[in-house]
Design a protein around this ligand. Sequence first.
Ligand code: F0G
Length: 453
Amino acid sequence: MKTIIEPFRIKSVEPLRMTTITEREQYLKEANYNLFSLKSDDVLIDLLTDSGTSAMSTKQWAGIQMGDESYAGSPSFYRFESALKKLAPFKHIIPTHQGRAAEKILFSIVGGKGKVIPNNTHFDTTRANVEATTAEALDLVKKEGLDPKLEHPFKGDIDLVRLRELLSTRSEDIPLVMLTITNNSGGGQPVSMQNIRETKALCKEFGKPLILDACRFAENAYFIKLREEGYAQKSPKEIVQEMFSYADGMTMSAKKDALVNMGGWLALNDDELAMHARNMLILTEGFPTYGGLSGRDLDAMAIGLEEVVEEDYLNYRITSTAYLGNALDRLGIPVMKPIGGHAVYIDARAMLPHIDPLQYPGQSLAIEMYRLGGIRTCEIGTVMFGRQADGSEKAAQMDLVRMAIPRRVYTQSHIDYCIECLQEVNANKHRLKGVTISWEPPMLRHFTAHFQI
Ligand code: F0G
């Protein structure tokens, strides 16, 4: 059979509330045109994020019942630790309530004035956590990763020439090297095994640990299976194990590829670093065998980690995301290519060339998709990254709108509806205008800024 079906059936349904364009225009006004400020009841198809929005399986819900809520030494923690070590056998596994808590702990220890953290592309919370310590977050994705139109199998790869240069000139300022797999802010593009291996070799040469920001590790592994020579016959699990074998630690948001609604962890091999991390954990998250989570969350993560590397799941996941992206491509809507694992990224700058980047074409497009179809998406562009440390404004490298696909949540007809909506937006795109920011906070402005249209 050619058709790849959802490898699950629906047992429990969550009704969607239908709204009209007139109602949505009012909701937009009330939200100051910031889609983060909408009530989710007023959203029809929510593609704001793939984070924490997964549908859990019957097995995970059963696991929730097994949760042991002991303060210390809960069996739920040991089930989680054992499931994770089957994929990523790091010495110290430190649960946190979500990914950014792991980042906060890690960078509070290794960051600080004069330090620099290289990464392919820092996600916004990662960058903010690095910068909050006054360290510098440096993006070194290879140049192919910055061209939205270019077809290339591994646009998430880090530029090893620039990384070597940095390590050679500023070695003492670099506490660790990071790789984000898949590269979320760069379009959900994967990092090749060869790049991970070579980054590790470089880190070894300069005596630096390699830490993976591994939120979407399973999707990255499946792309390696599909696209990298020598991996077609390997199971996703084997590929995941090899990926982690090159790393000295990881930060993780379990809200992505652990298929749960809340959770994360920091994993490390270094005893000294882990000791400091656990001390910080106790201050801010909780005791090291629960770290800001309930025992039941740990059980759900343990089971999610088994399910996320199943081949049928990953095949459906990657194929269904590409289904949306390829359909938009056929309509002539510029999308970041090739289609990423967890999201389709529309190149709003190319789609709306009449809107100056400093008038936020991505935000304008995202507003219109909600107005017309009730679809909520996320701008990843000049609103998110345009504000400079000195308060000035600069166009981001790209102006993208991300349609993130929650895992196991929407069916093909939901996606067909989105395609139809975008077709209509595209037909009238010349009518869209830029937006201005009327209020913004000093950092992470995209979450709360007010816009005017
Ligand atoms: N790293 C990456 C690559 C991410 O995509 C995220 C979250 C985090 C770290 C932080 O994890 O949310 O659990 O604290 N990304 C979400 C998104 C929010 O919508 O892409 P968190």
